[in-house]
Design a protein. Structure first.
Length: 364
C-alpha cells in the first residue's frame, strides 16, 4: 500500500510516499527556516504564504522521486491538527482537492502522534541513503515526544491505543531552547545553535535547577529558563531588572559556550530522568524518541546511558517535521478503514493526543 503524506503544520512544506508503513520511497521537505530566522521565530502569515507557493511543486517532486504516478497511490494522508491555522489550511486544501480529483481515500492525521511513526520507517528505496532503524519498535512502547510545541511521555499499548502519562506544565523543551538561545545571543532555531556551541562548553559550569512536580512524569522548563536569565544577568554584572534583549551584546564567547552546555545538560537530564522513571514503572518492550528535539545528540547519549535496553533512533531528517511520518501512521489507520470526507475535513489548530486515540478496542 503506497500512501502520499502531506505535512504543513508549521514552517515546513513536506510530501512523502511510504509503502506499507515502513519503506520510504521519497521524502521532500521545503524548509522556511531562513525566512523566519531574521524574525527570531515563525511568523504565521509568512509561513502560510510560503506553503501556498510551494505545496504543489513539493507534492509533484515527491511523486517523481518515488517514480510514482497517481495510479500507484492508494491513499492520501494529511496533517489536520495541531498547528498554525493558516499553514494547516494550505496542506489540507491541497490534500482534499487531490483526493477528490484522483478519487483517493483521504485520512486526517494528528501531527504529534505522527512524529512517533518516524521510528517505524526501517526500509528505503535504492535512491535514498538515510541511516534507518534495523527493525520497528515493539509494543508496549514508551514514547518521549519533544519539540518546539510539545513535551510529553506517551505509553502505546498498540497502534492507536495510547495513554498520555506526562507532559510539560509550561514551556515545551524546544521552546526553552529557543528562548535561552536568544538570551545568550544565538540564532533561531535555538536547538541546533545551542547544541553546536555546547560542544565547546562545560556542562557543569552552572548548576541549574530541575523542577520538582507533583506529576510523576510531568516536566517544567519555565524555571530553568528563568534561572539561565538570572545567571547571565549576574555574570555580566546586571541585576534582574536588566532587559533580556540587551544581554546578548554583553555575553562573551566563554559564557555563551558554558551556559549553552549547562542549559542543554540540565534540560536533557530533566527529560531523561522522567523517561527513566516511566520505563522502570511500566517496563515497556521498547522506547522511542520523536519530534525535533529528538535530533539532539546529548539527548540520545544520555538516554542510551540511562536505559538498560538497546534504543534505535530515527534519522535526524525524520525527527524534524516531515511527511514520511504522516504516511507511515496512515498505513496503520487505513487497516481499520474509515477515511475522512474530503468535502468536510476541517483543521483543528489546538488538539491534544488525549482526544485522538483511534484504536481503543485493540482491533490491530
Amino acid at each position: 500500500m503506497r500512501i502520499l503524506g502531506i505535512e504543513s503544520s508549521c514552517d515546513e512544506t513536506a510530501a512523502s510516499i511510504v509503502e506499507d508503513g515502513e519503506r520510504l520511497l521519497s521524502n521532500v521537505v521545503n524548509s522556511q527556516i531562513d525566512i523566519h530566522a531574521e524574525y527570531g521565530g515563525v511568523i504565521p502569515e509568512i509561513a502560510a504564504r510560503s506553503h501556498l507557493e510551494v505545496v504543489n511543486p513539493v507534492i509533484k517532486k515527491a511523486l517523481s522521486d518515488a517514480n510514482c504516478t497517481w495510479d500507484d497511490i492508494d491513499a492520501i494522508a494529511v496533517t489536520y491538527a495541531p498547528g498554525l491555522i493558516g499553514s494547516l489550511l494550505i496542506g489540507t486544501l491541497a490534500a482534499r482537492t487531490l483526493a477528490i480529483i484522483h478519487n483517493k481515500p483521504l485520512f486526517k492525521i494528528h501531527h504529534v502522534e505522527a512524529h512517533v511513526y518516524a521510528n517505524f520507517i526501517n526500509k528505503q528505496s535504492d535512491n535514498l541513503s538515510l541511516t534507518l532503524p534495523k527493525q520497528q519498535p515493539s509494543f508496549p512502547m514508551l514514547s518521549l515526544i519533544v519539540s518546539g510545541g510539545h513535551s510529553q511521555l506517551v505509553l502505546f499499548k498498540n497502534h492507536g491505543d495510547y495513554q498520555l502519562i506526562g507532559q510539560t506544565q509550561d514551556d515545551a523543551v524546544g521552546e526553552a531552547f529557543d528562548k535561552v538561545a536568544k538570551i545568550i545571543g544565538l540564532p533561531y532555531p535555538g536547538g541546533p545553535a545551542i547544541a553546536k556551541v555546547a560542544e565547546f562548553g562545560d556542562p557543569h559550569a552552572f548548576h541549574l535547577p530541575i523542577a520538582k512536580l507533583s506529576g510523576e512524569y510531568d516536566f517544567s522548563f519555565s524555571g530553568l529558563k528563568t534561572a539561565v536569565l538570572r545567571a547571565v544577568q549576574h555574570e555580566v554584572g546586571k541585576d534582574f531588572t536588566f532587559p533580556s534583549h540587551e544581554l546578548p551584546v554583553l555575553v562573551d564567547d566563554e559564557l555563551r559556550r558554558n551556559m549553552a552546555a549547562s542549559f542543554q545538560y540540565t534540560a536533557i537530564k530533566t527529560l531523561v530522568n522522567k523517561t527513566k522513571k516511566a520505563f522502570d514503572n511500566f517496563q515497556p518492550a521498547s522506547v522511542v524518541i520523536a519530534g525535533g528535539v529528538a535530533a539532539n545528540q546529548e539527548l540520545r547519549r544520555q538516554l542510551r546511558e540511562a536505559l538498560p535496553i538497546d534504543i534505535e533512533y530515527a534519522p535526524i531528517q525524520l525527527c524534524t517535521d516531515n511527511a514520511a511520518m504522516i504516511a507511515a501512521l496512515v498505513y496503520q489507520q487505513a487497516r481499520l478503514g474509515t477515511p475522512t470526507d474530503p468535502y468536510t475535513l476541517e483543521v483543528v489548530p489546538s488538539l491534544s493526543m488525549v482526544k485522538t486515540a483511534w484504536n481503543k478496542t485493540g482491533a490491530l
